[in-house]
Design a protein around this ligand. Structure first.
Ligand code: FAD
Length: 307
């Protein structure tokens, strides 16, 4: 058995594995796809001390750092079921989709999250070519340009307010009859001069010239008419879904499916810690996930010393 088993190989999991291995304890990491969301990121410009890098390069450095400490890396492995220890301080089990079982005194869950897609023509084609999901990450790429935000919940309205300070114009597209964000955010959004809001608008296509995005088509659900807006960027903000379906009923989750953690990354299950985008920790960013992974590893080490 391992002392620390990390499930998930994004920035959170990689940081947790490095921190655990540096304590000289038996550490392993099982990940479906090492690197996580970073693999789908074009430019990373906000990881402090690294002025600029790209996603695949960053993912490779994560893996190299983990391997430099002799961590047992199991790539292409999906956790399917978590079985808490039968006795306090006992072994926690993780069953894998391939039928195998891993046992460890502590487990760090860092399975991350995925952005919900709008699933319209053009979305996949123009991903990273105008279609974006993270305003903190990609907002500055659209400085002075025209963008739309799809989604009128808190994250969409926050994104629109944020982007309005950077870009020339923001169009907010909401499917329902009204924005669903907190009233204070909605009134802030409505006070901005360079924002238009379209409710009852169903996005039907993200258009482009074959190389990059150039517009968004939607149906006005009130009149049934089709409309087209010319723009350079679209931010899809219809939800970030944590990869925690496999933990339901075992580990306590928030109503959004995020793993509930305390300040040390401890979950509701003894010996099981969690870090990064899969958890209730606010603001889903690489540097935050990495710091969180380090914290969960130190939390797990502290637990091992006491049991
Ligand atoms: P993830 O990166 O999601 O990693 C999760 C890991 O768990 C992966 O290895 C995955 O394969 C694995 N996994 C999932 N389920 C299982 C399972 N059941 N069993 C085993 N393994 C599993 N942030 C920034 O700070 N700057 C940026 O510029 C930036 N740009 C972004 C651009 C895009 C397009 C996207 C999608 C995100 C961007 N982000 C950016 C956000 C950033 O990538 C995330 O906040 C960060 O990767 C979260 O790290 P994580 O380790 O918590 O999870």
């Amino acid at each position: 058995p391992f002392d620390v088993l990390v499930v998930g190989g994004g920035p959170a999991g990689a940081a947790a594995a490095v921190y655990a291995a540096r304590k000289g304890i038996r550490t392993a990491i099982a990940a479906e796809r090492f690197g996580g969301q970073v693999n789908d990121t074009l430019a990373i410009e906000n990881y402090i001390s690294v002025l600029e890098t790209d996603g695949p390069k960053f993912a490779m450095s994560l893996e190299a750092h983990v391997k430099a400490y002799g961590v047992d890396v199991m790539n292409l492995q999906r956790g399917d079921k978590l079985i808490p220890a039968a006795t306090p301080g006992g072994l926690v089990e993780v069953q894998l989709a391939n039928g195998g079982t891993l046992k460890s005194r502590t487990v760090i869950l860092s399975t991350g999250a995925r952005w919900r897609n709008v699933n319209v023509p053009g979305e996949q084609e123009y991903k990273n070519k105008g279609v974006a999901y993270c305003p903190h990450c990609d907002g500055p790429l659209f400085k002075g340009k025209r963008v739309a935000v799809i989604g009128g919940g808190n994250s969409g309205v926050e994104a629109a307010i944020d982007l309005a300070g950077l870009v020339s114009h923001v169009t907010l597209i909401e499917f329902g009859e009204a924005l669903r964000a907190d009233a204070v955010l909605v009134s802030k959004l409505k006070s901005l001069p360079n924002v238009s809001i379209h409710t009852q608008a169903q996005t039907t296509e993200l258009t482009g010239d074959g190389h990059k995005l150039n517009g968004l088509s939607y149906t006005d659900r009130a009149s049934g008419e089709s409309r087209h807006i010319e723009l350079e960027g679209v931010f899809v903000q219809i939800g970030l879904v944590p990869n925690t379906e496999w933990l339901r009923g075992v580990v306590e989750l928030s109503k959004h499916g995020e793993i509930i953690v305390d300040a040390r990354g401890q979950t509701s299950v003894p010996g099981v810690f969690a870090a990064g985008d899969a958890t209730t920790v606010p603001f889903k960013q690489i540097i935050i996930a990495a710091g969180d992974g380090a914290k969960a590893a130190l939390g797990a080490f502290d637990y091992l010393m006491r049991t």
